[in-house]
Design a protein around this ligand. Structure first.
Ligand code: PFF
Length: 455
């Protein structure tokens, strides 16, 4: 087998490229439809406080851990554990991370595909005057159309990343992320200037501590992982492409702030508009594909805003799928020593196969279930509730207990160039707080806590 030449490894060319790519991965469907809804539902400002605490105490430390371990190793996820912990079982974490990437990609591309299907429908005005519920179920229950759109998502992702890091991921995220930001600002201004918008702002921000349940707290923690793309080696892989002179502490902080700011902005776009038109905020896909088309239908110039909105989410989704495929692409090309193009084509073939049952879960294969869940439901459950928390736990245990902070300190401080003022607190968070919190989410997500009657 040919050996990969690590001296020729690609890297990000600039600090702004690192931020665009990493924030691009973090900012995705999770920010735009999931975060606003779970915030509104779980007590608005009260939930937000808990979410911010989870991000600061667990998300940020794990992000820094992934970046620094990745950069220190300068390898894909398999290679990284092999280099940092030779002849140990840690190498197998690579299997978990790659499996998580495949699993998330297989259903994420389906939802992103529905978004892409709504772009031409918005431009042509085909949605207006329809029953939005029916229009959405006609799309997702059919066989061919949603599948084609998911393949378009996969195809675009591969197109963007095949040329590598500088000429691929960095180049395109640097173009796409500013567009995303501008679209968000336009839509936010439109939304908050609608009559009656304040009710939506209240729904999102007014703290209602009585609506915050223990389940809501754990949901905040689980969502922090998903939203920041942690626990599956994305940030470790991206970290491995960050140049030695960059400051990883500020980079982690900036990515976390960008992700949270965009999630809040999404809420400020969605809820004022929903309340201004007297609609009920619904959850999950229904919010984007059913409720919002109703809002845009009633709004003057709605076609334009609706089109911009779907383009915006389409971009957010693509910059996330790029990172999912890159975890596997780097693993396959470096471990097997095959060319990037060949590796990516192999991965794409396998992902395309996995996308099929996920896409058909709402139509032809809706009867195929496991524990009462469709294929899509099983993949989503496994990824969000098992793989990401277990992956995050591995990172925390690896750094906190096995590799130890003292050995990564020079990577975090760039050989002493930057101070690491919070090293003591960091050590405590990564060794104790993060692992304990993650084990609790795992027990919750698998229903064990509720069987014990604790939540
Ligand atoms: N962070 C993305 C979102 O919020 O939509 C989803 C995601 C991408 C999760 C990449 C995990 C990942 F590795």
């Amino acid at each position: 087998m040919a050996k990969f030449d690590f001296s020729k490894r690609d890297s990000f060319g600039s600090k702004i490229g690192v931020i665009a790519a990493a924030a691009g991965s973090a900012i995705g469907l999770g920010n735009i439809w999931k975060f606003p809804y779970i915030t509104g539902e779980n007590g608005g400002g009260a939930f937000l406080l808990v979410y911010l605490a989870c991000i600061a105490l667990i998300g940020l430390p794990i992000m820094l851990a992934e970046f620094s371990l990745g950069r220190k190793a300068n390898r894909n996820v398999f290679g990284a554990f092999k280099k940092l912990a030779p002849n140990t079982g840690w190498y197998w974490s690579g299997v978990l991370f790659n499996t998580a990437a495949f699993t998330i990609m297989s259903y994420y591309a389906v939802v992103a595909g529905w978004i892409f299907a709504y772009i031409p429908r918005s431009i042509s005005g085909a949605l207006s005057g329809q029953n939005f519920n029916e229009a959405f179920s006609n799309l997702n229950s059919s066989t061919v159309e949603p599948l084609i759109w998911s393949f378009v998502v996969l195809g675009l992702t591969i197109f963007f990343i095949h040329s590598g890091i500088k000429k691929g991921i960095e180049k395109y995220t640097k173009i796409l992320m500013p567009i995303l930001l501008v679209l968000m600002i336009i839509l936010m201004i439109r939304s908050v200037t609608l009559p009656g918008a304040m009710e939506g702002i209240d729904f999102l921000f007014a703290p209602n501590f009585s609506a915050l349940t223990p389940g809501g707290v754990l949901e905040a923690l689980g969502h922090a992982f998903f939203s920041l793309s942690l626990g599956m080696g994305v940030m470790m892989t991206y970290g491995s492409y960050i140049q030695k002179q960059e400051n990883l502490q500020t980079t982690s902080l900036q990515v976390v702030i960008a992700d949270t700011a965009i999630a809040l902005m999404a809420g400020v776009i969605i809820f004022p508009a929903v309340f201004a038109y007297d609609l009920e905020p619904s959850s999950g896909p229904g919010l984007i594909f059913i409720t919002l088309p109703g809002v845009f239908n009633a709004m003057q110039g709605g076609i334009i805003f609706q089109t911009l909105f779907f383009i915006l989410i389409g971009i957010a989704a693509l910059t996330s799928t790029m990172s999912l495929v890159e975890v596997v692409a780097s693993s396959v090309t470096e471990q097997l020593g095959i060319s990037r193009n060949k590796g990516i084509l192999m991965i794409a073939g396998l992902m395309a196969l996995l996308i099929i049952p996920n896409s058909l879960s709402y139509g032809a294969m809706s009867d195929v279930t496991l524990f009462g869940h469709t294929v899509f439901g099983v993949f989503d459950f496994l990824a969000s509730n098992i793989f990401l928390p277990v992956g995050g736990l591995m990172i925390a245990l690896f750094l906190g207990w096995f590799y130890k902070l003292k050995n990564i300190r020079s990577e975090i401080t760039n050989e002493g160039k930057y101070r690491f003022r919070l090293a003591g607190v960091y050590n405590y968070l990564i060794k104790y707080i993060a692992p304990v919190a993650i084990v609790i989410i795992l027990l919750y997500a698998t229903g064990i806590l509720s069987k014990l009657g604790w939540v």
